[in-house]
Design a protein around this ligand. Structure first.
Ligand SMILES: Cc1cc2nc3c(=O)[nH]c(=O)nc-3n(C[C@H](O)[C@H](O)[C@H](O)COP(=O)(O)OP(=O)(O)OC[C@H]3O[C@@H](n4cnc5c(N)ncnc54)[C@H](O)[C@@H]3O)c2cc1C
Length: 408
């Protein structure tokens, strides 16, 4: 085995690991960044494919309210590096931020690649050494890190280690969650992965499957319990996903876990009052087909009309009051979450109880954790990347503090 001797090893080159690398190299430490994939931050790049929603300014100071059951450690990290700091940090990399109507913040170029390029260049100029195709597999008997590399296994000694290995979804981008069993063997408390920001199965008829797969359902209000979203969503061959479904998915997943069933309610005509609908539907239908009648009375056509027929509209089509009620509150029974690997993010991972107040594993001095591999949860809207970067920064600062304490 070859032996290298960096001071600080950061394992996982996603946004959390890169942020930790920035903090440690800023503080003058020699940083080696190890990444299993042939290139860094593949999930970050994927996140930028349809617009990198990097943070969210809607909540202002109350940002942490978006993280259900937020741990005090995460709350602190978010208060020290929140949306304003992220926008400023981007500006420092020469990337201006733009804010969408719901507070979502994006780089003006929308994509992640210009930001990532600038970030990697700055890290390189600060001396950070990036080792790709280095898959961490565990520890040797004398606590060195072991990596599989194209040249065979190597062991690495380090004065501190920061793990930022990501959650348990989208394995093809690198975050396979395999680290959780190695951590558990080491006695680090972990919680099972759970899908967040995911789709859910619906038992569609053949008609829905053949005619409407991939179709967005627009201009609706989607309700689940106390939550409502005006975003669109998409019909897939197995169920529903995207937009409103992701936004409501944490509550839906929790309900499915406790009750085994969950009912989504769709308002197919959110801009029409129920009474207006009733009066329009009561007007003479004459020889018009039901489809025409619905189009004229409620602008229902295509996938929205198909959804209405799918869940009982045909049976009540001669009763304007019941039909209007159904249009305003169409129940869609959901089955189960789509497979874990397809979720935008995962809850579960390293428990906050395993960490001290500086993101260091209590039982393993010098070992820190950050990013999605920690057990927190949040909806889409920029909250995921915000927490990854905030915890990456906090773990980096924790490591600086700990390393200083070792020499004094
Ligand atoms: C399609 C999609 C769109 C998204 N859009 C958004 C968005 O717009 N806004 C938002 O806030 N969030 C978004 N997210 C979520 C966001 O990208 C993640 O939460 C974030 O990337 C997690 O950062 P991380 O650094 O903790 O982990 P990751 O980005 O997953 O990085 C972990 C790194 O560790 C490496 N690794 C894993 N195991 C090993 C090992 N054994 N040895 C060495 N390296 C290893 C991985 O290869 C990976 O590079 C999106 C996610 C997806 C999938």
């Amino acid at each position: 085995m070859t032996e290298l001797a960096p001071n600080v090893a950061i394992i996982g080159a996603g946004p959390a690991g890169l942020m930790a690398a920035e903090i440690l190299s800023d503080a003058g430490y020699a940083v080696s960044l190890y990444e299993a994939m042939p290139s860094p931050a593949r999930k970050f790049l994927m996140a930028g494919k349809s617009g990198l929603n990097i943070t969210n300014r809607r909540e202002g100071e109350n940002l942490s309210s978006r993280y259900p059951g937020v741990a005090p450690l995460l709350k602190n990290a978010l208060s020290e590096f929140g949306p304003a700091s992220i926008a400023e940090w981007m500006q420092g990399l020469g990337v201006e931020a733009t804010i969408g109507p719901t507070g979502r913040v994006f780089p003006v170029q929308m994509k992640a690649s210009p930001l990532l390029r600038a970030w990697l260049a700055r890290l390189q100029s600060q001396g950070v050494q990036l080792y790709t195709r280095h898959r961490w597999t565990g520890w040797s008997d004398n606590a060195d890190l072991i990596f599989d590399t194209p040249e065979g296994p190597i062991s690495v000694q380090s004065d501190a280690q920061i793990f930022a290995l990501g959650g348990g979804s989208w394995k093809r981008l690198g975050s396979d969650g395999n680290w959780s069993s190695v951590f558990a063997e080491r006695g680090v408390q972990t919680e099972p992965f759970r899908p967040s920001n995911c789709g859910f199965t619906v038992d569609w008829s053949d008609r829905m499957k053949t005619e409407f797969v991939g179709t967005p359902v627009k201009n609706v209000a989607v309700r689940f319990g106390d939550h409502t979203s005006r975003e669109e969503f998409v019909v897939t061959d197995r169920g529903v996903e995207s937009g409103a479904i992701f936004t409501l998915s944490l509550a839906i997943r929790d309900r499915l876990e406790t009750d085994g069933e969950a009912l989504l309610e769709i308002d197919l005509a959110p801009d029409l009052a129920e009474e207006t609908l009733v009066s329009r539907l009561t007007q003479e239908r004459g020889k018009q087909s039901l489809s025409n009648h619905l189009r004229k009375a409620a602008n229902l056509k295509g996938v929205k009309r198909a959804l209405l027929f799918e869940f009982g509209g045909l049976e009540v089509s001669n009763d304007p009051e019941r039909l209007a009620r159904l249009i305003k509150c169409l129940p869609i029974p959901l089955g189960k979450p789509f497979p874990l690997d397809e979720a935008i993010s995962t809850a579960g991972g390293v428990s906050f109880d395993a960490l001290d107040g500086h993101f260091m594993v209590k039982q393993q001095p010098g070992m820190f954790c950050a990013g999605e591999m920690l057990d927190w949860d949040a909806p889409t809207g920029g909250y995921l990347l915000t927490a990854c970067m905030a915890t990456g920064r906090a773990a980096g600062l924790g490591a600086v503090r700990w390393l200083k304490s070792q020499v004094s």
